[in-house]
Design a protein around this ligand. Sequence first.
Ligand SMILES: Cc1cc2nc3c(=O)[nH]c(=O)nc-3n(C[C@H](O)[C@H](O)[C@H](O)COP(=O)(O)OP(=O)(O)OC[C@H]3O[C@@H](n4cnc5c(N)ncnc54)[C@H](O)[C@@H]3O)c2cc1C
Length: 256
Amino acid sequence: MTRKHSCYSRYGALVCALVLMTFIMLSPMMAVAQTADDIQWDLEADVVVIGAGGAGLPAALKAMQDGASVLLVEANWDVGGHAAVSEGNLHNGAYISEQQKYDIVDSADLFYFDHTRGVPFTTRYNDREVVRSVANFMHVSYEFFLANGIKVTDAAPTARNYYKDAINQNEPESVPRQIKTDGSDWVNQFTGTAVAGIGVTRPLEKSLRDQGAKFLLNYHMDSIYREEQLSGKVLGVQATYTRPFCLAKPKPLRAL
Ligand SMILES: Cc1cc2nc3c(=O)[nH]c(=O)nc-3n(C[C@H](O)[C@H](O)[C@H](O)COP(=O)(O)OP(=O)(O)OC[C@H]3O[C@@H](n4cnc5c(N)ncnc54)[C@H](O)[C@@H]3O)c2cc1C
């Protein structure tokens, strides 16, 4: 079996979680001396997504729906990442359809205000441009989730209370915005229980597979190849086979 794969991204469009990207940019592993001409590419796609988790799955799906061929490189034996074992709470707002259904008045401006006003104090440090963008496109991303098979429980959105300000006991959300995913259609192979997060990741995975996305499971992305060693367009990545490892089952499980 080929243990290493070089995956070529035709548009140089490499998508991965920001934290992951930052780590790799700082890592000495970036010191790849090969030039693009020396590299033997094994796989090719318009967009290569590193990590099929909470960020990677919707990013890949959007790229596919915009007409790109997509390859997802996932180190684990299954897709989903932390999102698959999460509580599946969708933190929304900005007067999305679920709020309208329950007569909860909200707006993009109110969401932006709540998440930048400094109560609780941690919201003071939120990046204004990111919050603005999240607020403006929240209804689009929420409908995108529903259109790709994610189901939510038939209950009014609630106000989240995780991030209470230690002094003022205030919440960032001035109106109810938290919606719970219904993961009951899916078996959670990670936990063996119906953790709601699987109701986010499996529908996105299924939608991707239905549209022809390719998954490279058990491959860890090790290196990013760029036009120059530390600059220029991303050309592709190198990924190495990782042994399937699953504590709960004697044999490795396969994704859908
Ligand atoms: C117990 C728990 C409950 C949570 N509850 C909620 C909630 O209710 N609502 C909410 O919004 N958020 C919740 N979260 C947070 C949410 O799950 C994360 O914010 C989200 O999963 C982050 O997405 P991500 O894509 O950055 O990481 P992940 O979802 O972890 O996905 C990253 C993927 O990348 C893969 N990967 C990493 N490095 C490489 C590499 N070099 N090569 C190939 N693949 C790689 C990993 O194997 C993984 O599959 C919860 C988290 C946990 C742990």
